[in-house]
Design a protein around this ligand. Structure first.
Ligand code: NDP
Ligand code: MG
Length: 401
């Protein structure tokens, strides 16, 4: 029985993780749940899964949460009943909860960074959806995980695919006994992307794209921030950086291929020219289940892929002119140091402004580019410097907007 904490349990990934856990009650047990402010759903999840500790990041919601579960015995210290924590410090404390073996990082944006570092510090196994943390502080996170002997298990479908391709290469279908040396044996990683909702839009129509239009992803139902990132292609850019850190591979050996059917979730080409691809139905249930069950595989309730229904597989290259965010992400990744921190922070702020109808869709790459041009990247930095650059970039964005 694996004891699991989910940070961001009320979101799209968090809810699906709870579905997987609910389907395997003999394998997984929820010990902790956390959200930002949706205490109604957190209370409902608490009733269903009976965690020992819950947390809400928004301190103003603490009283309401306590009220909502007042009939379940609430304890203020770890003991019987449900313990309720609040604020950033509450989340960091929860990440180190002694009874948990695994922390699922399903929060969105930079807010997941400190809880992730706390979970690593406490030696927890990590299942990571919150890719922004790797964009901001990949080097630091990977170093800390190595120090602690922890493997970060990807939840992102593309990275789960790459992880599975590498595992198959290492040891056939058995759990891998060794890690593949990506620098030596991998020629390139081919990250697939469905193209998002605007893949066929004319250049001249981009400035008039509305939030509703950009949120309307053709293949995946996701939270609003990642949906906009998918529409701008920043999500693919982030995934390149995510792959760079998770699999220790140079940026220039990571390629993107548009595959609208979203059946091949990514591929690895080895130095002899062999390509291994991972396929499956388009449902995050699958990569989430694999991360939770790794290195084992469990029988899944998902319907099998029906090849007779797949009329074609198509592939094309991404268009960097219409989707400049992708080029900016490659540029930030190549520069390294604190440049991806600027990329991430500016993007997060701008996506918020766009969703509030305060800026145009095309302002997102335009302003990120300006900010990156005005930043001199610092290398080999500590967490304090990362947080400082993150704050600076957000303040600059506010000036522009
Ligand atoms: P959602 O917006 O649906 O959910 C975000 C979750 O994080 C919610 O539970 C939210 O709580 C919580 N949260 C947000 N801010 C804070 C905070 N400051 N402190 C504590 N909790 C917070 O996002 P998704 O589930 O779509 O995405 C989560 C992450 O997974 C993102 O990084 C995304 O890029 C990544 N991802 C998502 C995929 C998907 O299919 N959705 C696929 C691959 C990766 P509340 O509900 O209270 O606001
Ligand atoms: Mg993805």
């Amino acid at each position: 029985m694996k004891n699991i904490i989910i940070l961001g349990s009320t979101g799209s990934i968090g809810r699906k993780t709870l579905r997987v856990i609910g389907d395997f009650p003999a394998e997984f047990n929820v010990v902790g749940l956390a959200c930002r402010s949706n205490v109604e759903l957190l209370a409902e999840q608490t009733r269903r899964f009976r965690p020992e500790v819950i947390a809400v990041a928004d301190k103003n919601k603490f009283g309401q949460l306590k009220q909502l579960i007042s009939d379940l015995r609430v304890s203020s210290s770890s003991g019987a009943g449900v313990r309720i924590l609040a604020g950033e410090e509450g989340l960091a404390e929860m990440s180190g909860y002694d009874k948990a073996q695994m922390v699922v990082l399903a929060m969105v944006g930079s807010s997941g960074l400190l809880p992730l570092l706390s979970a690593l510090e406490h030696g927890k196994e990590i299942a990571l959806a919150n890719k922004e943390t790797l964009v901001m502080a990949g080097e630091l996170i990977v170093r800390k995980a190595e120090e602690k002997g922890i493997r970060i298990l990807p939840l992102d479908s593309e990275h789960s695919a790459i992880f599975q391709c590498l595992n198959v290469h290492a040891n056939g279908f058995l759990p891998p006994k060794k890690k593949v040396d990506s620098q030596q044996e991998v020629k390139r990683i081919i990250l697939t992307g469905s193209g998002g909702p605007l893949v066929n839009l004319k250049s001249s129509d981009f400035s008039a794209v509305s939030p509703q239009q950009a949120l309307n992803h053709p293949r995946w139902k996701m939270g609003s921030k990642i949906s906009i990132d998918s529409a701008t292609f920043m999500n693919k850019g982030f995934e390149v950086i995510e792959a760079r850190w998770l699999f220790n591979i140079d940026i220039d050996r990571i390629e993107i291929v548009i595959h609208p059917e979203a059946i091949i979730h990514s591929m690895v080409e080895f130095i002899d020219g062999s390509i291994i691809a991972q396929m499956g139905v388009t449902d995050m249930y699958l990569p989430i289940q694999y991360a939770l069950s790794y290195p084992r595989r469990f029988f899944s309730k998902l319907a099998s892929l029906d090849f007779s229904q797949l009329k074609q597989f198509s592939f094309s290259s991404p268009d960097l002119d219409r989707f400049p965010c992708l080029g900016l992400a490659y540029q930030a990744a190549r520069t390294g140091g604190t440049m991806p921190v600027v990329l991430n922070a500016a993007n997060e702020e701008l996506v918020g402004y766009f969703l509030d109808n305060k800026i145009k869709f095309t302002d997102i790459p335009r302003i990120i580019e300006k900010l990156m041009a005005s930043h001199s990247a610092r290398h080999g930095v500590a967490i304090g410097d990362i947080l400082e650059v993150d704050k600076w970039a957000r303040q600059e964005v506010r000036k522009f907007c």
